[in-house]
Design a protein around this ligand. Structure first.
Ligand code: ADP
Ligand code: ASP
Ligand code: MG
Length: 401
């Protein structure tokens, strides 16, 4: 008998029929004698709909109240799933994040899990109940509701698997595994049987939303093997683990992120401490900066361009504009019609010519490259958003056809 943590995403619980089907899957596993902890996301587009509703009422609603609102989506799912399981005659209990006691830091809308009490869950499992846990939510030190960031029910699931020392952690979604590119957009995308935590973390951070990036980080840190599976058909999915047994291909996937924008500071003084002051200004407000490019100085001035999350563009630009005299730059340009296209693969560490192949694909597709950034296992380029579909297709074809 195993302790299994399962997580079902929003599309898997979007309507009554799907809820009943997932209840059927849960019932089958329960009948095999497993202890089951099941994490659920809000049904369908409910989170987006709630955000829209909030905007209608107050476009500047506080993040605290947004979290109170958004957490109701996941609460809806666990209650409805509990009812579906009750209808099958199974013992079940639904718990919100605060009933479990998922303790987080105080950063509303993007809180991090600090601690999870396992007593309640363990006592429910001891009574042979199926435990349903609302994903994506917790409670901070003020006993206020927090949410963990978009897509973070995955992270609730992996965190529970780590704390409960579960035998497996299964993430069920609307595709049957992790592919070499988004299978909904790239017809030739191939399913991967296995992928390393490091590669998956890069893919997830670079736009492949199939897993929340923090769940992959957590899986790596606590040694939780994660399996991504289809909630619609029973077949093997993709295993995310430390080392993969399969012979390595050079790259394991192509990802695209359109939630980025570029900020350029033009005509900065070319002297020590300028970059420090620019990025310190952003860091103080917890703005995450990604690709940074500094031009070669000319006439005592230089330009610095960098990317930030699109949602942070205005905040970043106005923080810098407020410091224009101290930082000494001529103007700020922002561009949010861009996208970041990346390839990821542990195999590229020991291979040559990977960057050349990627850039050749972009050349063939007549896509211009804005900025480039590399690490040991990834290469990212910035392109016009309008070119990004074509870019991903061309790169994927070059490496995988
Ligand atoms: P859930 O609601 O179950 O959490 P998500 O929408 O968050 O599901 O993630 C699943 C989606 O991720 C898929 O429908 C697919 O379009 C997208 N996706 C993006 N990149 C990939 C990839 N490399 N492999 C698989 N799916 C991907
Ligand atoms: N419902 C939340 C979201 O849409 C969390 C999740 O789905 O994982 O972002
Ligand atoms: Mg998701």
């Amino acid at each position: 008998m195993a302790l299994v943590v399962k997580k079902f995403g929003g599309s898997s619980v979007a309507d009554a029929e799907r809820i009943r089907r997932v209840a059927g899957l849960i019932a089958e596993d329960y009948s095999m004698g497993h202890d089951l902890v099941v994490v659920l996301s809000a049904p369908g587009d409910m989170t987006d709909d709630l955000i829209e509703k909030a905007r209608e009422v107050n476009p500047k609603a506080s993040r605290r109240e947004m979290d109170v609102l958004l957490s109701t989506g996941e609460q809806t799912s666990v209650a409805l799933m509990a009812m579906a399981l009750e209808a099958l005659g199974l013992p079940v209990v639904s718990l919100t994040g605060w009933q479990v006691a998922v303790r987080t830091n105080t950063e509303y809308s993007n809180a991090r899990i600090e601690r999870i009490d396992k007593e309640r869950i363990e006592s429910e499992l001891d009574r042979r109940r199926i435990v349903l846990v609302a994903g994506f939510q917790g409670l901070n030190k003020y006993d206020d509701i927090t949410t963990l960031g978009r897509g973070a029910s995955d992270t609730t699931a992996v965190a529970l698997a780590a704390v409960l020392r579960a035998d497996s952690c299964q993430i069920y979604t609307d595709v049957d595994g992790v592919y070499t590119a988004d299978p909904r957009k790239i017809p030739g995308a191939r399913k991967l049987a296995e992928i390393t935590y490091d590669e998956m973390l890069e893919l997830a951070s670079l736009g492949a939303q199939v897993l929340h990036n923090r769940c992959v980080q957590m899986g790596k840190r606590y040694g939780v093997e994660i399996e991504v599976l289809s909630s619609f058909e029973r077949k093997p999915g993709t295993k995310v683990k430390e080392v993969t047994d399969l012979e390595k291909t050079k790259i394991s996937g192509v990802a695209r992120d359109t939630e980025v924008s570029r900020i350029a500071l033009v005509g900065l003084r070319d002297e020590p401490g300028v970059a420090f002051r620019v990025f310190q200004t952003l860091a103080r407000d917890k703005i995450v900066v990604d690709i940074i490019l500094q031009s070669i100085g000319r006439d005592g001035t230089q330009d610095i361009s960098f990317t930030v999350a699109r949602a942070d563009t205005e905040r970043a630009a106005s923080l810098l504009a407020a410091q224009q005299t101290q930082l000494g730059f001529a103007r700020i340009d922002t561009d949010d019609k861009i996208a970041k296209v990346s390839i990821v693969g542990a195999g590229m560490m020991s291979a040559s010519g990977i960057a050349a192949t990627m850039f050749e694909a972009l050349y063939d597709a007549e896509v211009n490259i804005g900025m480039i950034s590399t690490s040991e296992i990834k290469i990212s380029v910035l392109v016009d958003e309008a070119d990004s579909d074509r870019a991903v297709q061309a790169i994927h074809r070059k490496f995988f056809d």
